[in-house]
Ligand binder design. Sequence first.
Ligand SMILES: [Zn+2]
Ligand SMILES: [Zn+2]
Length: 216
Amino acid sequence: MAIEKHINFFELQKASEKPGCPLCRIISDRAYKYIDNTLFEHVADRGFRAMFRAAGGFCSFHSRNLVSFRDGLAVAILSRDILEDRLDCFKYKKPWRPKKRCPVCIERENIENEYLDFLNNSGGNSVEERELRDFFTASDGLCAPHYAKLISAKGFKSVPAWLKQFQEEKFKELMTRLDKFIELSAYGRQKEFAALSEQDQLVWKEAAACLNENME
Ligand SMILES: [Zn+2]
Ligand SMILES: [Zn+2]
């Protein structure tokens, strides 16, 4: 494994020990670090400022984060550029159309592709790959949107058999538990419902989390 693959490996191992989709977790953590550490180092960088300006700043979702960051001066400098462009539009009654996409959204996509590629190439039988298989199959697995992206990713090898089997069994098991939950939610089945484990009584929360990518 090359050095950068080792980083992927350890990051994935750490995320697999925590609840929820490991890929969602890695992307959110890295995107947060991107805004917090990297971005503000680039405020003085002309190229970055031009890109940020062309995007009209972050998308509304990621700009929510701006107020919670510690560097007020950086936010002021970046916002000033955008405001200048906005004022121009107001003056000439021009519609506001950013030419580029939100830099955090682009960063998220890059991290996601890096990991989809990494996972799709983990079907071998080296010590690391076997270790990866062990910790990954002990995790909550990928959310449905990330698994869908994994199997349809273009230019990648086909998904390793162990991964396909693990994920699809997870989704089927969730389906069975949802069916049970729905069945026992019917009038007159309260006793049977009360006998379900706490986890099974809250399976709807699991389903909602599994069907949606965490965008935080
Ligand atoms: Zn996910
Ligand atoms: Zn964004």
